[in-house]
Design a protein around this ligand. Structure first.
Ligand code: NAI
Ligand code: MG
Length: 543
């Protein structure tokens, strides 16, 4: 595993690691430092302010530290480190936005929504600009792929061939939709003419997680741009780099200043400020269930802004006796271990019917053992490092739970190498429904393999979770496929395939996996609101 500093030529894998150009906040069309200074003074100021507010200390005491702040360790604004999960080394320091920066970004977005050109230009024109944006991303695909791989531990061949192109595809899909937004003509029961208008919802806050920095960003930004909204994007603190690059390309493409603002920083500060902001009309959040609850709470306690939530999953893959075992093993392997298991749609509960269970288990273990773990820039590698220490510790903690609760560890179960956040693909059997490893989202390379007898049992077990994001079914029997796909409470069902995501195909959860769709024309509706317009009609020949 090559170290970042030692491999500016890409560690001999035939690519260059680019210089990181964009590390500042992007507000109102400009890259700017965060308002707060270095030396941790912002938090000190906030604490002092709270203390002052609660203890009636005169303002003069409060103003003194402000005079100090330009003398901090980084007088150009507070920053935080972003790291390379291969070796834990710092890639760059990035501006750390706080509430004050969110206020400035929302102000810019508000101004451009209330008075700017973007919401007022035709959908056709917006679509043309978005197409230009997509082309610029394609022109920079090599650099963007390296940035996401470096920041997130993703296989380079995958970011280059799939993830950045997926972002472009999503953007083009919604660019094409921008001039196809329309309401209905209504038949009212009296002498009235009625119609609906679909209007942009306003200023949107997008809170993005770290597991797919590019596709998830474009799943949010693209439909909201097409709808005519303006926005503040808060990327995950682990993966801030590509979002800033996209802001730069958006400006080059001609997206007006203030339409897309990017505030990098932490969830509890920048993210929370966005969710509580009185001038934000909607939050689109993807991340943990726990934070999803906080987002809704903040929306409820502030201005009742709209919310869509794409949360976790504990998705089942159900393999029936008639399946081709080799194909099924490979699909289940991919469902669990793809992207190191850091995928909301991961299939981490694998239910296999009893007749093929033993063969399935043996072949699954062989496949897991053959996985090449290592530097995601190496084209031979199949699994890179987990995103960060916190996630690495969380996954290893769940593996311990599994062992302690009596599940049978068949393979893996340990970290790999002595540097970076690598974990071996892990398979447990004898997993009971009530065990933590069968209930909680682990978000790592851990498979729970379970046996079932009847179709009824499979349906019951598949639904025995608080989540409902996706489900997989592997069978050649159309009647089984039809029955199970209608019985499973999940927002997406994949039959004899897995992870087939397409911009035209609505995606989003049932139950505690959230609500509101991304992808498809449904996602456009998440950024529009319907206005009914009614006017009397006189002497019409019909109603
Ligand atoms: P998280 O939910 O804390 O972070 C996701 C995003 O929310 C980040 O941009 C973060 O800065 C922001 N955030 C955090 N606290 C916030 C707050 N109070 N207000 C507003 N925004 C806030 O997820 P985390 O801690 O990175 O991962 C924990 C677990 O969440 C993972 O192990 C996994 O199980 C799940 N997860 C699910 C994802 C999905 O695709 N549905 C993506 C990432 C994590
Ligand atoms: Mg968190």
């Amino acid at each position: 595993m090559a170290g970042y500093n030692g491999c500016v030529n890409g560690g001999g894998y035939g690519f260059k690691i680019p210089e990181i150009q964009f590390t500042k906040l992007f507000i109102d069309g400009n890259f700017v430092d965060s308002v707060s200074g270095g030396l941790g003074l912002p938090s000190f100021l906030i604490l002092l302010n709270e203390w002052r507010a609660s203890s009636f200390i005169p303002m003069i005491y409060f103003t003194v530290p402000i005079l100090w702040s330009p003398l901090g360790d980084d007088s150009l604004g507070k920053t935080f480190e972003t790291r390379d999960p291969r070796n834990e080394e710092v890639i760059a320091r990035v501006a750390e936005g706080s509430k004050e920066d969110i206020d400035l970004a929302v102000k810019a977005a508000r101004k451009s929504f209330d008075h700017g050109t973007w919401p007022r230009m035709s959908g056709y024109e917006r679509g043309r600009v978005m197409m230009k944006f997509a082309k610029l991303i394609e022109d920079h695909i090599d650099e963007l792929a390296v940035i996401d791989s470096l920041n997130c531990g993703k296989l380079l061949r995958f970011t280059k061939k799939n993830e950045i192109p997926a972002g472009v595809h999503i953007l083009r899909y919604y660019a094409g939709a921008a001039d196809k937004i329309h309401g209905d003509t209504l038949k009212l029961s009296g002498e009235f003419h009625g119609y609906t208008l679909k209007e942009p919802i306003g200023v949107v806050g997008h809170i993005v997680p770290w597991n797919f920095p590019t596709p998830l960003l474009f799943l949010k930004v693209s439909p909201s741009l097409a709808a005519g909204c303006t926005m503040v994007v808060k990327p995950a603190e682990q993966t801030p780099l590509s979002a800033l690059y996209y802001a730069h390309l958006a400006k080059l493409a001609g997206i007006p200043d203030g339409v897309i603002n990017v505030v990098t920083g932490f969830g509890a500060t920048a993210g929370a400020a966005l969710c509580s902001h009185m001038d934000v009309d909607k939050i689109s959040f993807t991340g943990s269930t726990a934070v999803g609850r906080l987002v809704m709470e903040a929306a409820a306690k502030s201005n009742l802004k709209h919310v869509t939530l794409e949360l976790g999953g504990k998705s089942p893959v159900i393999v029936f006796d008639d399946a081709d075992v080799d194909i099924a093993v490979s699909m289940a392997h991919n469902a669990t271990f793809f992207n190191k298991g850091e995928f909301c749609a991961s299939g981490s509960r694998i239910y296999v019917q009893e007749k093929i269970y033993d063969e399935f288990l043996k072949k699954s273990v062989e496949l897991a053992k053959s996985t090449v773990i290592g530097d995601p820039f190496d084209p031979e590698v199949q699994q890179g490092p987990q995103i960060d220490k916190k996630q690495f510790d969380k996954i290893l903690g769940y593996i311990e739970y599994g062992k302690n609760e009596g599940a049978n560890l068949l393979t893996g179960g340990k970290s790999y190498g002595n540097k970076g956040y690598y974990i071996e693909p892990t398979i447990f059997t004898d997993v009971q429904e009530n065990m933590k490893i069968a209930q909680d989202e682990i978000f790592g390379p851990v498979m729970a393999l379970m046996k079932f007898k009847t179709i009824e049992e499979a349906i019951e077990k598949a639904n025995a979770t608080s989540y409902g994001l996706v489900a997989g079914i592997i069978t050649k029997d159309l009647n089984i496929a039809n029955r199970v796909s209608r019985s499973v409470r999940a927002g997406t069902v994949w039959i004899n395939c897995y992870f087939v995501l397409d911009p035209s195909c609505p995606f989003g959860g049932y139950k505690m996996s959230g609500f509101g769709k991304c992808q498809g024309m449904e996602a456009l509706d998440e950024y529009l609101q319907v206005k009914s317009v009614i006017t009397p009609i006189y002497s019409s020949p019909w109603l």
